[in-house]
Design a protein around this ligand. Sequence first.
Ligand SMILES: Cc1cc2nc3c(=O)[nH]c(=O)nc-3n(C[C@H](O)[C@H](O)[C@H](O)COP(=O)(O)OP(=O)(O)OC[C@H]3O[C@@H](n4cnc5c(N)ncnc54)[C@H](O)[C@@H]3O)c2cc1C
Length: 400
Amino acid sequence: MDLSYSQEHEDFRQEVQNFLSDNWPLEGAEAELPRQEQDARFRERAIERGYLARPIPRKYGGSEQTPEVLKGTIIREEFGRVGAPRDPGVPHAQIVPTLLSHGSEWQKERLIPPTLRGRLLWCQGYSEPGSGSDLASVQTRAERVGDEWVINGQKIWTSDAHEAEMMYLLCRTDPDAPKHAGMSYLLLRMDQPGVEVRPLEQMDGGAHFSEVFFDDARTPADHIVGKRGEGWIVSRSTLHAERNVVGNVTLVRRHLDSLLRLARVSVRDGRPAIADPLVRQRLVELEGYVTAQEYSAYRQLTCDARGENPGPGVIMNKLVSTNIAQMAAKIGLDLIGEKGLSAPIGGRFGAAPETGAGWVARYMAARSTAIAGGTSNIQRNIIGERGLGLPRDFAAQRHK
Ligand SMILES: Cc1cc2nc3c(=O)[nH]c(=O)nc-3n(C[C@H](O)[C@H](O)[C@H](O)COP(=O)(O)OP(=O)(O)OC[C@H]3O[C@@H](n4cnc5c(N)ncnc54)[C@H](O)[C@@H]3O)c2cc1C
């Protein structure tokens, strides 16, 4: 493990900092534009300078840089520090690599550039009321009629469906084929009469995901990614991308720092909570997990930078970081005590800790990130089977 940056990388960091201070936030008339347009304009400049969409070829709207793990890390750190927009969120991180690996030429040329800038918004149509972890059991049907696919069925838990212009979805196109072989991966416009989006109210009061109903929804025949019946293989690249995003390990240190601030200002039995031995014990235990995860991330980074295989730690990132987030949120909730009953649940990182703002929301969010993109139990199966070489999950085999 090598924790230092070379002079070349420190120079690069300075270059990124200069770019950011010249370009973010936008100024003058541009600062009055809607936020989505501001983000898109900034991304355009960042791609032009080679800071975003780095591995994506220029002909597909990327900046086509030679892969360089440490430069990518510096960009993430510096953009994160000033809150500048990076790549536009989870669906982008899924659909772009999927199209690059399996898409046709027109799909790559027309769909990837606006997606990279955040001008084309997507949602993921995988889960259904009867299929979540067991994704291969999807029942939504797509039938080929002339030059179109005609889609009937229902998806659920579709994040941002109410804002998205396009959905990528798994449909059953060959009901008589074995379940993994009978699915296809389609692209669909959301603004059409056959698509109905019904937002679901969440326990935190938001409505970020929806049920989506298809009643003879239509999409052109060439809006299939890969061949008919290859949906399972194509969807694997999408899920892999999602795990990498959700498993972002840098978040865990922010959880701990934020909790330490809260423990310093919260009062227990007339003294700061951080002076209470029982609170300290829980914080120290959490710090142990956070530090171990950070070092694991540094080791993975070093291996990546040297072109070596980073080993099974990579498939543990999501489980470990979501466990840490849940542990931190539980301590935070205990520290704010009865303030949790009146705390504004929309609060974010950086909110004044003594108000308790953000901890109720964080507690709820920590539960949902442990489910989204593959539940913790499914992560454990993956670690056991692929990481440790244990036999396949008995229950999963039985249901095949
Ligand atoms: C915040 C959030 C956003 C989401 N966004 C989207 C989205 O945009 N698009 C989309 O398609 N879906 C989305 N989902 C849905 C998510 O992918 C599913 O909820 C998830 O895959 C679990 O499926 P399920 O809810 O059907 O639970 P189930 O699969 O029914 O699981 C129920 C329980 O059984 C356990 N279990 C199931 N199978 C096994 C097994 N083989 N071994 C051990 N334990 C098992 C699970 O761990 C879980 O505890 C989102 C979910 C959340 C929470």
